[in-house]
Design a protein around this ligand. Sequence first.
Ligand SMILES: *Cc1c(COP(=O)(O)O)cnc(C)c1O
Length: 373
Amino acid sequence: MVDLKSQYEKIKSQIDERVLNVIESTAFINGPEVQNFQKELADYLGVKHVIGCANGTDALQVAMMALGLKPGDEVISVSFTFVATVEVIALLGLKPVFVDVEEGTFNMDVAKLEELITPKTKAIIPVHLFGQCANMEAIMNIAKKHNLYVIEDNCQAIGSTFKFSNGDVKKAGSIGHVGCTSFFPSKNLGCYGDGGAIFTNDDEVANRVRSVVNHGMTVRYYHDHIGVNSRLDSIQAAILSVKLKELDNYIKARQIAADFYDKAFENIEQLETPARYSQSNHVFHQYTLKLKNVNRAKLIEYLNSKEIPAMIYYPVPLHLQKAYVEFGNYKKGDFPITEELCDQVFSLPMHTELDEEQLKYITTAVVEFIKGI
Ligand SMILES: *Cc1c(COP(=O)(O)O)cnc(C)c1O
């Protein structure tokens, strides 16, 4: 699904030099590279504070801890996402409340949001799925009206932007009270191991996040509240600093590949190409299609037989997963769009190194299968 090796070859000399410098300096934890990268990412996103942490899952957990959410508080998020988002809600003793998604963008359906708000609701976590922003204007308006926090799960959409109706354009993850991201190797800005970050414009929240990721300390060995140990290490920060300079080029490469796919499939009625949401640019973490009247398992099997990877993100909605049904006595039929998507979607290879020959090979195989050639 990704080609990290070819991408590395192109930036190898810079990466190798920066990594070796960290090793020579032995500043492995919280070294200058971490401080430097946090500043660079803050500038790129247009936020005041970026705080590194160990992974995207921790970023979400730390955000909720830093905002002071307490057991029993309700947090609204989607069922059509990677499990991490909802896992950490449950882990903190908070109650995940699911909302359905929109058919076109696969993102939180804001029209169904307000009816789920109760006196216990404390936060909304929109997930910018597959590289496209949820409707942040509507979400921020609803949050403001009901005095709720908004935590953006920006693990899949770093570099994406959202355009407000007054013309303001902001980067994904910089709009809510807190933004969270992952630097897992296959993400749009990926490191060479695990990593994550939390962003905010709020000085107080930033201080609290810095303390939570460091065992709840502000003064060394004085623990004001319960924290965790979650760090972005200096080697990963050095790698990310090199790759951040390439991020906009990487996004462009993904968009070119997506355009190629779109064009190849435009007249195939069994394939619905990803909707492009007018208020957000799409950075294509995934290229995810909807299939109509096609045997998905057979299609994937056929593609795999031609050495083309294809994946289903995500085959089972979270509200029907064993671990999460109990949170609302959820059952089949509760979130029809989410359930329909889980049955219909499939994702094709999407990365920065796809060339025309590969794209032709992939699209030809897909079309051949569908037309029964
Ligand atoms: C990847 C991802 C995460 C978790 O990130 P990790 O770094 O793997 O912990 C959370 N939410 C979404 C939507 C993701 O895609």
